[in-house]
Write a protein that binds this ligand. Sequence first.
Ligand SMILES: [Zn+2]
Length: 91
Amino acid sequence: MGLLLKLALLGVALYAAYRTFSRWKGLYDRFVGPPPVPQKPEPPRAPEPAPAPQTAQAKPKVIEETVQCAGCGAYVSTAAAKCGGCGRPLP
Ligand SMILES: [Zn+2]
């Protein structure tokens, strides 16, 4: 019985809280007025602008000029003083 009593009391309390809340809400609405309702109909959605034409991606620059090593055949940057593979000095 105790549980039922508690549930009943809880229900009464909730009901009372709800009634109190709605009464205050009614008073508030009477004094302040209902919140303004936007009357403007929502304009039709404009079509999304087409994405800007993507500029042609810049071609990657030639990073380095390479030269084939005469000693080992490895391609070595011309900026290098000597081959990284065999150590042969580049022309
Ligand atoms: Zn080499």
